[in-house]
Design a protein around this ligand. Sequence first.
Ligand SMILES: Nc1nc2c(ncn2[C@@H]2O[C@H](COP(=O)(O)OP(=O)(O)OP(=O)(O)O)[C@@H](O)[C@H]2O)c(=O)[nH]1
Length: 411
Amino acid sequence: MGLFDKLKKAFGVQEEKPQSEQSEAIKENQADEQVAIKQPELEENQDKTTLKNEETSNQADVTVDEVSEVATEKTVDTVENKATEEVTSVNEQNQAQNVAETQRYYHGLTKSRDGFGAKINALLANFRSVDEDFFDDLEETLIEADVGFEMAMKISEELRNEVKFQNVKQKKDVSNVIIEKLVNIYEEEGKSEDSQLHFAKQGPTIYLFVGVNGVGKTTTIGKLAHRYQTEGKKVLMAAADTFRAGAIEQLVEWGRRVNVEVVHKEEKSDPAAVVFEAVQKAKKENYDILLVDTAGRLQNKVNLMNELEKIQRVIVRELPEAPHEVILALDATTGQNALTQAKQFGEVTKVSGIVLTKLDGTARGGIVLAIRNELHIPVKLVGLGEKMDDLRDFNSEEFVYGLFKGLVTQD
Ligand SMILES: Nc1nc2c(ncn2[C@@H]2O[C@H](COP(=O)(O)OP(=O)(O)OP(=O)(O)O)[C@@H](O)[C@H]2O)c(=O)[nH]1
């Protein structure tokens, strides 16, 4: 089933209620709805549970082969019950985690969802017939929502065809077709995208963070350090943004807050020297992961390129497979500016993934679609708030649900 069909199926739950009751029902029954959204996964989990139960029960049969029949029945019963209880509890935990994840995305994308919904509704309210003026307005609306110029043109073109072939007759069909196109193009473009964060097979993993000041790079590094530290990993950070004294202090402060050591030197020292020291320490003292903050001065591209090349040379000399990720931090609230920054950074270094920060603070979540369609760099992490655990692995489906929930209507 395609992503849009899943979306329709998931949102079908709301459609059974009258329009006026919907918003109240959404608030009250959010948890129920999240479970409904996850139904295919639930079914899948239940299948797995049955499988596991069958395996456990087979193992139990072998164990009790040599004992008396009565004892056998009792033992099998106990083993089966215990196994079922254990699997059920794992299942419940998974379900709870899925619901929590859906809710995070849903809340984190409130501004974007409302902004996008309002734009589409305003557009639909303004036109009587689907004519050329409508298509002009549609293109403008989509560009304003930051889905990107190319995508806006593509959707407008495809909608023209649908209208021509009479597949679109009513207003509600129009908004469905717009979202269907957005979702389908987004899904199609992401087929070969790898949104996983990669780790070293052995020895320390190194992530290099790039991005201009103020985008939330240091905050992301701090949040990630906290995540890995909580998972029991040995984490180290390197303050290789030596250009600004403030940047060093900020990372040191994060280190204090999350109880992670930070390698740093004085302001204006050679960033590659900081990285060299940090990599040596990570190797010698068996750290699992090293997170490197760098200065993102795009104003002087040649300097930036030289600096990043030197840092990477130092890393590769010590650990030939590293860095395992070069992550570009982009601020979602800056819209198209973020795309421009990504293109410029792409010219100076090979970026393996994007962390899109402050997604909770923007009404233009469409930027995620534009990044995929125009840049082909996977978004690997998203910032959905200021709290430490508001940094999430990017989940494409949750994102689409969170952005379009309530905008799709049933036939
Ligand atoms: N709402 C929200 N705020 C965020 C998020 N990520 C970062 N911020 C805030 O954005 C502001 C700037 O973040 P910083 O980490 O200081 O930005 P940074 O300084 O780019 O990093 P430097 O490149 O070192 O200058 C801070 O107030 C953060 O709390 C997010 O996902 N959501």
